[in-house]
Design a protein around this ligand. Structure first.
Ligand SMILES: [Zn+2]
Length: 366
């Protein structure tokens, strides 16, 4: 409810605030998932979690550690949403909630997608972050030649948000590990796009988004001023790297077609690069301040988790998940079940008091 009220107050033009059906759907799914393993009989406390049947409870609670941490660092207020598992097939956000795909459920090393989705919720709730105010709307109209209110204009706003969130995700949470980032994203996309052939059409946008990340990584802060020849050289190198990160996709596609599609899109969106980079660096300062407070503890937590032991202390949840992912990618293998479980229980133990029980979710109480 709080999320809806906030959206109606800050973004009355945003129809998501009025999407009550979806909101009710999310609430129902959240209550159902949380009721598995909760005492809901008359003699039990309402919504109290059972210590014996807590598998899904712990999972939901652990997954909430990441959005909760990101919100407290960047937005400065409590995340008014909750997590769901398997409600959507992929990482997804809707009505302020964040979904974890089913196959990632008990594997925190695959939770890297939560930070990008949390970014979407932040963007909706915390507008000054990348402000789509009247001036920005005008700027988008002028630079893209698309009129506000049209489908094409909305597509442009979506693409700008996605590029921005990919740069933000990479900068804040992958911290210069480009190979790790591209491998995580493109392995996921390869599976995702294969099971949904229509989405291949969207591939040029995904490639465009990653291309911006690559440029950011190369410290090309003057993205909008890059010469055509420089863009082509950078893009060629990026396209070659896709052969490694997503070999299946690379086989299916004409590299030349994809390359020219990305070049064309890049010409439209490069104009927004400096605004995005400024906002990302503001968010990064806020997040790094949080990370500096807990970093040595995070290192200890990671060592403990890798040894299969639960770490019961304060650490940066998103850092832990990204380091687990990094570890997996470095060794090219899956982490042991013991490590995944230790990570899950550590995130749950170190998660403080943000876990949302059924009455809290239904009443929308803080
Ligand atoms: Zn997104």
């Amino acid at each position: 409810m709080q999320y809806t009220l906030h959206l109606l107050r800050t973004g009355p033009h945003d129809l998501e605030g009025l999407d009550f059906e979806r909101r009710v759907d999310r609430l129902r799914a959240a209550a159902e998932q949380r009721s598995l393993g909760a005492y809901l009989a008359l003699q039990g406390g309402e919504g109290r979690f059972s210590p014996f049947k807590g598998g899904v409870q712990r999972l939901l609670r652990a997954a909430e550690a990441i959005p909760a941490e990101v919100f407290s660092a960047i937005a400065g207020f409590k995340w008014p949403g909750f997590t769901l598992v398997g409600t959507d097939r992929r990482y997804w956000h809707a009505a302020g909630t964040v979904n974890l795909p089913l196959e990632a459920a008990f594997r925190p090393s695959l939770w890297w997608g939560l930070t990008h989705e949390t970014g979407h919720v932040l963007l909706k709730l915390h507008r000054p972050w990348l402000d789509f105010d009247a001036r920005f709307v005008e700027e988008i109209e002028t630079k893209t030649g698309r009129q506000a209110g049209t489908h094409l204009f909305n597509d442009a706003v979506d693409t700008i948000s996605e590029i921005f969130l990919d740069i933000y995700d990479y900068t804040l949470f992958f911290r210069g590990r480009l190979e790790c980032y591209l491998r995580s994203v493109w392995q996921y996309l390869e599976t995702d796009l294969r099971s949904d052939p229509e989405r291949l059409e969207a591939l040029s946008i995904y490639a465009l988004r990653s291309f911006f990340v690559v440029l950011k990584n190369r410290k090309r802060t003057d993205i909008s001023g890059l010469k055509y020849g420089e863009v082509k050289t950078e893009l060629d190198a990026f396209m070659r790297s896709l052969d490694t990160f997503a070999p299946g996709l690379a086989q299916e596609l004409s590299a030349a077609d994809l390359r020219s599609a990305v070049l064309e899109e890049f010409a439209t969106y490069k104009a927004f690069a400096s605004r995005m980079l400024e906002s990302v660096s503001r968010a990064n300062e806020l997040y790094q301040a949080q990370v500096r407070r807990v970093r040595p503890q995070t290192r200890r937590a990671l060592a403990s988790v890798m040894a299969g032991r639960v770490f019961d202390g304060n650490f940066s949840a998103s850092e832990l998940v990204h380091d687990l992912n990094y570890e997996r990618i470095k060794t090219g293998s899956h982490l042991s079940w013991k490590t995944e479980l230790a990570a899950l229980l550590s995130l749950c133990a170190g998660s403080g008091n943000f876990v949302r029980s059924i009455p809290e979710i239904l009443s929308g109480r803080e």
